[in-house]
Design a binder for this molecule. Structure first.
Ligand SMILES: [Zn+2]
Length: 481
């Protein structure tokens, strides 16, 4: 009898899971018939090559050379004359570029497009072609900045000029802010431009910055690309943990030196990470993907609330990338004790680089560390570069709807899904200027392709220049024209 009851409960449990999965219906409407415009790809690629050849390397030290930034400004003016004729240009802090194209309907909140002019320094060795040669080979443009993000920057200008060439002016005002120091903090470029916009009392319908890309998701049964659109950004802080004690002679070491204590402390922290959580953007990601996934995955996602306790530990172990989506990460990066091999340190410290999850704060991280470490450890949050997690974009907003529409129109069977962005972009400095911020780069990538970013042999697919232009063109048409 007991066995029959157990069996009946198991059957009922699985029946409920299946019914819940079957109840998930794809409610998205079929996209409007959209015919992409012709693009002169040869000319667009040449424009991107020209920009890549100007070595706008941002450096935090005295080796910073500003001549290429002035050269790039001139190059953009020469290459996109119509854009520069119709837009009002302002230069902030000598190098950051701000443009505004007035909208014909003043009742609409303007749009803001972001990008950056700078690139990271090229490593000296290992390039197949010189890093600023923008050589074309095997269907790629090779060079520093080709992926991050000169090609995309040029595409924003090109897409806007295409509309202007058709004799159209936008209904919605369009602002463009292109910083010059994104790769080294964004403090002189984006921060200053955001302050100018705040000073003018502006609010934007949406902000569109570089970020996540569409990926192939055929593995989970999605036909077209899965466009992962960053809708928030983690916070960032360096925490310094210090242990103080007595200096002494290395010939007569006490039982536990400050060096031993700090080593024990960081080992403890590494073991006791902050709690992993399914935050709102992660839940919304599951909700967006679920109706489009194959039944096997639908079964899992539709019952995510039941499976979460089981899948959470699996996800945390799956890969560091997946784990970083679910929790605040604590990377122990610096350990400092004595300067000399025969001197006992009277003070030892560690620096932990933390990326703070949505819904938590830098103070929460400090509290967690202090609780794990206990007495004898001082925890201090360093101010340089510290920022809280950004707000999460409003997924009911007009901007988000236009993002979904454009994804469906540009890629057959494409799915648009919100995504918590774990890296850093300039858009965090524009916090409070819009309820809807996208971090999205509209070209399909895979891990190998993305690995070139900030690395030797950075490259960008020629066909992706077209993808970017097509996406920006249609998005602007949907959202601004
Ligand atoms: Zn970038």
């Amino acid at each position: 009898m007991a066995l029959i009851i157990i069996l009946a409960v198991i059957v009922l449990f699985f029946a409920v899971l299946i019914i819940r999965a079957l109840a998930v219906k794809d409610k998205s409407e079929a996209p409007e018939e959209y015919k992409k415009p012709e693009i002169d790809l040869d000319s667009a690629v040449k424009k991107a090559q020209g920009a890549i050849r100007i070595p706008t390397v941002s450096m935090a030290d005295d080796s910073f050379d500003d001549k290429p930034f002035f050269e790039l400004q001139k190059y953009l003016e020469k290459t996109f004359p119509l854009f520069h004729e119709k837009a009002e240009k302002r230069v902030v802090n000598k190098y950051a570029l701000m443009y505004k194209i007035e909208g014909t309907d003043k009742s609409l909140k303007p749009a803001l497009f972001l990008g950056h002019q700078d690139v990271v320094p090229p490593q000296a060795e290992g390039w197949k072609f010189p890093p600023f040669s923008a050589e074309i080979k095997d269907g790629y443009i090779w060079g520093r900045g080709s992926f991050d993000m000169k090609s995309q920057l040029v595409s924003i200008f090109e897409a806007t000029e295409m509309h202007l060439r058709e004799g159209k002016m936008p209904k919605r005002g369009m602002y463009f802010c292109f910083g010059h120091d994104e790769e080294i903090s964004g403090r002189d470029g984006a921060t200053a431009m955001a302050n100018v916009l705040r000073g003018e009392g502006l609010q934007f319908e949406f902000i569109f910055d570089e970020g996540m890309t569409p990926v192939n998701a055929s593995l989970i049964g999605i036909k077209g690309p899965l466009a992962l659109v960053g809708v928030c950004e983690k916070g960032w802080v360096n925490a310094k943990i210090t242990v103080k004690g007595e200096a002494g002679h290395a010939a007569m070491p006490p039982k536990e030196t400050t060096a031993v204590k700090i080593a024990k402390g960081v080992a403890k922290l590494n073991k006791h990470q902050m709690k992993a959580r399914f935050t709102y953007p992660v839940n919304m990601l599951i909700k967006s993907v679920c109706p489009k996934a194959s039944f096997k995955f639908k079964l899992l996602m539709a019952n995510a609330d039941i499976f979460k306790p089981i899948i959470k530990p699996i996800l945390l172990k799956a890969s560091p990338e997946v784990a970083s989506l679910l929790r605040t990460t604590m990377a122990i990066t610096v350990l400092q004790a004595s300067e000399a091999a025969n001197v006992m340190p009277d003070e030892s410290y560690a620096i932990v680089n933390c990326r703070v999850n949505t819904g938590e704060s830098t103070e929460d991280v400090k509290r967690h560390m202090q609780k794990v470490l206990g007495k004898g450890y001082e925890v201090e949050l360093l101010e340089l570069g510290k920022h809280e997690p950004t707000s999460v974009s409003d997924l009911r907003s007009f901007g988000w709807k236009m993002m979904e529409k454009t994804v469906a129109e540009i890629w057959d069977g494409g799915v648009c899904a919100p995504f918590p962005f774990v890296a850093g972009t300039d858009s965090k400095f524009y916090e409070g200027l819009s309820e809807c911020t996208f971090k999205f780069s509209p070209h399909i990538t895979d891990a190998e392709y993305r690995a070139g970013m900030h690395n030797v042999n950075e490259k960008f697919k020629i066909t992706d220049v077209e993808e970017d232009i097509q996406f920006y063109y249609r998005f602007m048409q949907n959202a601004c024209m």
